[in-house]
Design a protein around this ligand. Structure first.
Ligand code: SF4
Ligand SMILES: [Zn+2]
Length: 332
């Protein structure tokens, strides 16, 4: 265990167990190019074994791995609340193929597949390292399987500073395996993670988006990084982290959408759940958030005009030399 990993884990705090599966219904562009309703089920299962510094998903995890039957029960309950969806995202705050989170026998996977086999599109989360385990799941579905992988940032040094033990090369390998099996890929890209800001953060997000597209990702989902637990607050205090402004996030999304259009490339999705936490101009905050929500359902991003626009100044952040420096900042 590195000192960085230990420092992140030492600051983790327990969260509250949700009473039932949380759900969300959105409209997204499907593989056939048309917009349809897609539901998200936030599954509860064993925690992800990793401890990426920006991630607070462990707070809603259960003790130990869930069985396929338990996961199937959660999906059934969630789908009763989302009767008319054409696709589903099974997000489990880890990887669907992580044995510490969900049991991985063929029976367990079949139990999960049965609950979603009628849908046109099934999106599951995986890490690059175990994405190959999606291959036997695809034939159990009548619709398309899409594996969502946190590529995060096309910068191996930065991934190490974020305590995320993966690399761009592993993402490439995962994409190749999935493509050979006819499985679609969705990539998550972080917009302004800790240790980058300003122009460098915008360029990194764009570069990461293009890398994901070049590896054949059907969808690239852009996430503005916000702070949801103490490790991020420590990084903020040490000058290593600041949220992107809504203007910055909007510009990154617009640039990705613009490039994607020209190349006939990936569908751009803007993650909208935390947008109200980004510093923004009071006059156009709501209009910008609505424009981003419309992008997800239409593929078109129309920038709103704002006569009284006041650009919020973004804070610059520092890049540490190594993980030891991050660990020291976390230790306070
Ligand atoms: S791998 Fe994903 S779920 Fe696990 S800690 Fe990192 S960001 Fe969170
Ligand atoms: Zn404005």
């Amino acid at each position: 265990v590195s000192s960085l990993d230990g420092a992140v884990r030492a600051l983790r705090s327990p969260g509250e167990a949700p009473s039932g599966p949380r759900t969300r219904v959105e409209t997204e562009i499907f593989p056939d190019g048309s917009p349809k309703k897609i539901g998200t089920v936030y599954l509860r299962n064993g925690a992800c074994p990793l401890a990426c510094v920006y991630c607070a998903l462990y707070r809603s995890a259960a003790e130990g791995p869930a069985s396929g039957d338990e996961v199937a029960g959660q999906i059934r309950e969630a789908r009763r609340r989302m009767p008319d969806i054409a696709g589903v995202k099974l997000y489990n705050a880890s990887s669907l193929f992580e044995p510490g989170s969900i049991r991985q026998t063929p029976e367990d996977l079949s139990a999960i597949a049965r609950e979603v086999s009628d849908l046109e599109l099934v999106v599951v989360e995986a890490r690059s390292e175990n994405a190959y385990r999606a291959v036997p799941l695809a034939p159990l579905l009548s619709g398309k399987l899409e594996v969502a992988i946190g590529l995060e940032a096309a910068d191996d040094g930065l991934l190490a500073l974020l305590n995320k033990p993966t690399t761009v090369a592993r993402f490439r390998q995962a994409c190749a395996i999935l493509a050979r099996a006819g499985i679609l890929v969705r990539a998550f890209v972080l917009v302004q993670p800790p240790f980058v800001s300003g122009q460098a953060a915008r360029e990194l997000a764009l570069r990461t988006f293009e890398l994901a597209g070049a590896q054949g990702a059907r969808v690239v989902s852009l996430l503005p990084v916000v702070s949801s637990h103490e490790p991020m607050e420590r990084l903020r205090r040490a000058g290593f982290f600041a949220e992107p402004t809504l203007d910055d996030f909007f510009e990154v999304v617009a640039a990705c959408a613009g490039r994607s259009k020209g190349a006939g490339g990936a569908v751009v999705v803007a993650e909208t759940e935390w947008l109200d936490r980004l510093p923004a101009c009071g006059s156009c905050r709501t209009l910008k958030i609505e424009a981003l929500e419309r992008l997800n359902g239409t593929g078109e991003l129309v920038p709103p005009s704002c006569a009284a626009h006041r650009r919020v100044l973004a804070r610059e952040t520092l890049r540490p030399r190594d993980g030891e420096e991050v660990a020291r900042a976390l230790a306070g």
